[in-house]
Ligand binder design. Structure first.
Ligand SMILES: Cc1cc2nc3c(=O)[nH]c(=O)nc-3n(C[C@H](O)[C@H](O)[C@H](O)COP(=O)(O)O)c2cc1C
Length: 207
């Protein structure tokens, strides 16, 4: 069985516009990929380990090219579990709204936890090597505004950041399904979500 890890970064549950698109993707994905399991990680309900002094100390040990030892390794247990859970997946689905032109803080928190030297990337003589290669990612997102014009595109720190950080760890096959604008009237919102749902279903079939 292959595994799709579904990472949720909106706290809005049944009211979420993003998850309405995700629902269409998953319905179509389950029908066309019966050999895949889908595991859900809801970042808004699951408590993530904080990056306190001790845990950040561990990061510098790893950055220095050393192994974690003793109490530092203990302090890192939850972080390592999240990294292992991330690496146990063959593909990822991220459901996230745009928040302040970027991603909600829970998703940034998750990224700060899992993107670790020795685990998700390593330094080689040829440069940085991502250790999560050969995995696909789909990002389903909705935005209150519209970021398609030349004037507005520079405000979008969400898509470029997610492409960069997951590309850094080796995931280069990333497709975005974007619904926008969702906060400029019900008509535009419903049209945007309907268009995104059609795209999401088609993407799930050819995934
Ligand atoms: C804290 C917060 C910040 C937001 N920041 C932005 C923003 O910078 N740009 C934007 O277009 N929409 C912004 N929005 C609107 C959401 O992106 C939009 O309503 C989205 O469709 C919500 O998706 P959801 O229902 O799945 O959570 C923000 C919403 C919240 C709650």
């Amino acid at each position: 069985m292959k595994k799709l890890l579904h990472v949720i970064a909106t706290p809005r549950g049944d009211d979420s516009r993003t998850l309405r698109i995700t629902e269409a993707f998953l319905e179509s994905f389950q029908a066309t990929h019966p050999d895949w399991v889908i595991e859900e990680l809801n970042l808004t309900t699951e408590e993530l380990p904080s990056l306190n002094t001790r845990r950040v100390d561990g990061k510098y040990v790893l950055l220095g090219g050393n192994e974690l030892y003793g109490s530092l390794r203990e302090a890192w247990q939850e972080i390592i579990s999240h990294i292992e859970r991330f690496l146990s997946a063959d593909a990822y689905l991220i459901s996230t709204p745009m928040w302040n032109f970027s991603i909600p803080y829970v998703l940034k928190h998750y990224i700060d936890i899992i993107v670790q030297p020795r685990y998700l990337f390593r330094y080689t003589e040829a440069g940085v090597e991502g250790l999560a290669q050969n995995r696909k990612m789909v990002v389903i997102t909705s935005r209150g505004g519209q970021y398609t014009s030349d004037e507005m595109r520079p405000f979008d720190y969400q898509e470029p950041y997610l492409r960069m950080i997951f590309g850094y760890v080796g995931i280069r096959d990333i497709e975005f399904i974007i619904a926008q604008p969702t906060d400029m009237g019900t008509e535009l919102q419903e049209e945007a979500i309907a268009r995104a749902r059609v795209k999401a279903k088609a993407l799930a079939v050819r995934f």
